[in-house]
Design a protein around this ligand. Structure first.
Ligand code: DX5
Ligand code: ZN
Length: 217
């Protein structure tokens, strides 16, 4: 069964609790954390994750687009994240491994994220520790960008490695997922689909969430 993770980047931050309730039929709530250094945008941080935790019992999938995330992963776990993903480009291999260990030591699910220019191989040293591997299908930083279909070979390679090794690792895609491109990513092995604008711009959000899962209307 395909899981959907609506991104609150497309929500109204002044009405966040209301907008989180609108997506309660989804599987995860995707929280985009940006620091203005790793990506050219700034969003939300630890205090907001703490408040979201109090407002919902959805599984919080926290995507850290921050420089040297090893410095902050424990605080995001303690703030209430259930899944914390870190970019492999954001620090050395050693520190990325350390960040994953710290997340797991908090009893949370850890994952790595690959920017569009980063090859699938960059995830390999970490896959054993990962409950999630996330393939970006846009350049991280902003919602509403065009889906990059040329990321599909990378997605297929990761799907193959996860299956060959029998790993308990979900394969997530993030960026430009809509009712058309969802079919492409599902066909190429994704099991969790992040969607921001496609969810929040829909007239009927629960119907859109079902549609993105690839279910019949
Ligand atoms: C982009 C974020 C995404 C973003 C996706 O850097 O990581 O999660 O919200 O937005 P859409 O679905 O609109 O492309
Ligand atoms: Zn994201």
């Amino acid at each position: 069964m395909i899981k959907i993770a609506p991104s609150i980047l497309s929500a109204d931050f002044a009405n966040l609790e209301r907008d989180i309730r609108k997506v309660h039929s989804a599987d995860y709530l995707h929280v985009d954390v940006m620091d203005g250094v790793f990506v050219p945008n700034i969003t939300i941080g630890i205090p907001v994750v703490q408040s979201i935790r109090k407002a919902t019992d959805m599984i919080l999938d926290v995507h850290l687009m921050i420089d040297r995330p090893v410095r902050y992963v424990e605080q995001f776990c303690q703030a209430g994240a259930d899944i914390v993903t870190v970019h492999v480009e954001a620090d050395s291999e050693e520190n990325t491994g350390r960040a994953l260990d710290l997340i797991r030591a908090q009893g949370k699910r850890a994952g790595v994220v690959l920017k569009p220019g980063t090859p699938a191989e960059a995830a390999l040293p970490f896959l054993d520790k990962c409950s999630m591997a996330l393939v970006m299908t846009v350049e991280p930083g902003f919602g509403g960008q065009k889906f990059m279909e040329d990321m599909m070979p990378k997605l297929r390679r990761l799907r193959q490695w996860i299956d060959e090794r029998g790993l308990d690792c979900e394969l997530e895609v993030d960026g430009g997922v809509d009712p058309v491109t969802c079919m492409t990513v599902i066909a190429n092995g994704a099991s969790v689909l992040v969607a921001g604008s496609a969810v929040y711009k829909a007239q009927d959000i629960p119907a859109r969430i079902r549609e993105l899962r690839g279910d019949a209307k």
